[in-house]
Design a protein around this ligand. Sequence first.
Ligand code: UD1
Length: 433
Amino acid sequence: MDKFIIKGGRRLVGEVEISGAKNAAVAIIPAVILSDEPCVLENVPAISDVNISMRILREMGAEVTPLSATSYRIDATKIEKCCVPYETARKMRASYYFLGALLGKFGKARVSMPGGCPLGDRPIDQHLKAFAALGAEYKVDQGMIDLTSEKLTGNQIFLDVVSVGATMNAMLAAVKAEGLTILENAAKEPHIVDLANFLNSMGANIMGAGTDVIKIRGVKSLRGATYAVIPDQIEAGTFMVAAAATNGNVLIKNVIPKHLESITKKLEKIGVNIEQFDDSIRVSVDGPLVKTSIKTTPHPGFPTDMQPQIATLLTLAEGTSIVTEGVWEQRFRYVDELRRMGADISVDGKVAVIEGTGKLMGAPVKACDLRAGAALIIAGLAANGITEIEDIFHIERGYDCMEGKLRALGADIEKKSFPDEAVASEKKKAITA
Ligand code: UD1
């Protein structure tokens, strides 16, 4: 088992380069299936969710050739199987994008129910509603979703909840359907615009991505394209918060400042200085951090994927802050771990009340999901003493060389491997002691 060991209390100072966006890459990679020619993807983050997506493509018969650490040539014209088995699909939530892409290309798909971060009930009823509206039939049996269709035809689809996944899946399935699809109450996240841009660069006809009505006029075929994934909004936000939590001064490069607006505004309210440039942002702190209230909502609101990180920062601010989770049911599971580090947080349903204590103490903690893990890293960097974070595979699903980037900014963080028996016997000792 791997752990991050962090010796806290060092200011982060310097420059950091943000990688490609996880949530865009995990949709764009399956979208290559729709192309009748090979594609080249650039600015792809080196994270385990990308590795799994590439493995799924290879298992189905596609040819995936790495061209550099961040770019790949993918020839999906060789795909023979339309099935994503349980063993690979369960490892990541976004395996559901193979449903839309395979359905759009071959008129059929068989994909295991997705895995991913445990954030509460994660239904996919809106994805299935969109597929059905386009003319597909679905069956869910033994954990596998089966989609079949004689022919896909454009339709008007109203999503009952604003869902990133359902919006992207509807786009993937509709892009080659006959006629016009109008997707209403669509999500507006930057990765939705990125997927639409990629599909359009292959010859698709998608308008309105980034607004709540997306119009997709079906095309007969899609050509190959070379496309660079947008920078990761959440990775950038995480480094912004890490800089603030350590009283640091960090230039965060390769970002789209417009995508960071809701995060920037909240950080400014908390007392953090932000300077914006064309494709970078400088974050620094020269005064006390102060309380605020935050509610997470779909884009352009404050992103739920930044909630654990900003809540961690608020434990270091003066006064009582309120954080309300507006998207996921179980996004406060990290709070128990932060309490072990001295945070004073009480949670009632979707609301957390944070009494800023101004300091945290190092402790052994466990990442329960991806962004919870990022929050614990921030807590460890700001804390007095040593923090050991277990289950860091969650963090590696979505952050490209987090520890290396932090070390370059002056953090004392190391990844250490522990033989599993040693961990088990350590735990046993702790239980029997
Ligand atoms: C994506 C992101 C995830 C982020 C989330 C919200 C990816 C791979 N993951 O997840 O990091 O936290 O957006 O920004 O991009 N819902 C339904 N029925 C559905 C689908 C969703 O009721 O069919 C509900 C969910 O329970 C949730 C809300 O809609 O309460 C938003 O979920 P959704 O936007 O679909 O999240 P994901 O696409 O899974």
